[in-house]
Ligand binder design. Structure first.
Ligand SMILES: Cc1ncc(COP(=O)(O)O)c(C=O)c1O
Length: 426
């Protein structure tokens, strides 16, 4: 049997309707920005494998760190024990995250990093005997696929069967240029009820909703308003973290200080699964008690796995190097130039960039949903031209590994314009 036949027989793929899906591409190797299939075809990983591989594939420095750690200490439980690489990555990220943060809690992916922030917020109030139960989120949000993370995400076709099990969440309209006063008014009315445990948001860019970019000043005001009303603030930086928006964290671009940062994806360089929730001393102290049950009784078998932590330390070393910083700046500038040069393209409803993310909403009349047929056409066009882009509905976006070179980036831009031109012609 071929790999695809065995796959079809035994494997159930994520985010896929198996009845109608195309056969998966059998990838057998990856190098830098390139994914290589079993027939030797190559594809540029233009969305960094679900937005994770910030340094590209097979990075020698990260690989060496993984091998060295494997020889030293492979895995250990993380309750009652600790190890050097967990302490190193926790210490470095807490310090980089800003003065008010003091503690890092490990978990296994983006959804669990969010789940930990939600559970911690709920228990923070519970431990103080305060009945705050509601959460506030932003329309279109995506925070992951576990129950808490789904509850605070958009109520849409992705989680309809589960909706009746979700806890109470209110949603603010997505902030755009026109509605900011209204968004602030709604937030104020809700916060003043005193019922809110937390406010969760994807800072500056909503990822899965279609790489929707919004203004930093409205976010600053919302966080400050939440804090003034004793509502905990959760910055879900799972997608935006690690220079995706041009700064280490998107929240580095605002003044107000959130109570939680949720990290994953680029955290380990996108090589191994890892989540981290960073928080403050005030939150941590609310769990200190002689009674065991008032602690944070949450954990996963692979929490703070030493190999994963070693990969994360190596990824951070690379990220902070001046060559990487220059590449991030160059990539951001290239995207900004693409936006400037193509702002009036007749097939683009909008074209925007934020740091290393380029986001293009295609003009499709009023049919701009996730299931827009343009999505399949665009996917096919890019695959036929050696580029892997998974559009979000009618939104094409590019967030490649930072090691991408000029020729590779130009290939992507060229194919985007090629596809867009076919739309405006016919
Ligand atoms: C903002 C955000 N939060 C959480 C998640 C969930 O992360 P994971 O897929 O690792 O569970 C994602 C995934 O795309 C995300 O974009």
């Amino acid at each position: 049997m071929t790999l695809n036949e065995r796959d079809k027989k035994y494997i159930w793929h994520p985010f896929t309707q198996a009845k109608t899906a195309l056969d998966p591409i059998p990838i057998v190797k990856a190098e830098g920005v390139w994914l290589i299939d079993e027939s030797g075809n190559k594809y540029i990983d233009a969305n960094s494998s679900w937005w994770t591989t910030i340094h590209g594939h097979g990075n020698a420095y990260i690989n060496q760190a993984i091998k060295d750690q494997l020889d030293q200490l492979d895995h250990t439980l993380f309750a009652g024990l600790t190890h050097p690489k967990a302490v190193e990555i926790g210490e470095r990220l807490v310090n980089l995250a800003g003065g008010h943060f003091t503690k890092a809690f490990f978990s296994d992916n983006g959804s669990t990093a969010v789940e930990v922030a939600i559970k911690t917020s709920i228990q923070y109030w519970y431990n103080q005997g305060k009945a705050k139960k509601r959460f506030l989120a932003i329309e279109g949000a995506y925070h992951g696929d576990t129950f808490g993370a789904m509850s605070v995400g958009a109520r849409d076709v992705f989680n309809r069967p589960f909706e009746r099990f979700f806890f109470d969440v209110d949603y603010l309209p997505f902030p755009d240029e026109q509605n900011q006063a209204e968004v602030l008014r709604q937030a104020k009315d809700l916060f003043e009820t005193g019922e809110f445990a937390g406010f969760i948001f994807e800072p500056l860019v909503q990822g899965a909703a279609g790489m929707r970019i919004y203004d930093q000043s409205i976010l600053d005001q919302l966080i400050q308003m939440a804090k003034d009303n004793e509502v905990l603030t959760i910055a879900d930086e799972v997608m935006t973290g690690f220079y995706r928006t041009g700064t280490l964290f998107a929240t580095d671009q605002i003044i107000a200080e959130p109570d939680f940062l949720c990290l994953s994806k680029g955290l380990s360089g996108g090589v191994l699964a890892m989540g981290m929730t960073i928080t403050t001393e005030r939150i941590f102290e609310a769990f200190l008690d002689d009674e065991f049950a008032r602690g944070m009784l949450h954990g996963h078998s692979f929490t703070a796995n030493p190999i994963t932590c070693a990969a994360a330390c190596a990824s951070l070393d690379l990220l902070l190097k001046s060559e990487t910083q220059k590449k991030i700046k160059w990539l951001s500038d290239q995207h900004a130039l693409f936006v400037q040069n193509n702002i009036d393209h007749p097939s683009f409803r909008s074209v925007k960039s934020k740091g290393t993310i380029l986001s293009i909403e295609l003009e499709v009349g009023d049919k701009g949903t996730y299931f827009s047929s343009i999505r399949d056409k665009a996917y096919e066009h890019f695959i036929n031209n050696q580029i892997l882009i998974r559009p979000l509905g009618n939104v094409i976006f590019v967030n490649p590994p930072y090691c991408i070179n000029e020729t590779e980036l130009d290939m992507i831009y060229e194919q985007i314009l090629d596809f867009a031109n076919t739309l405006s012609i016919g």
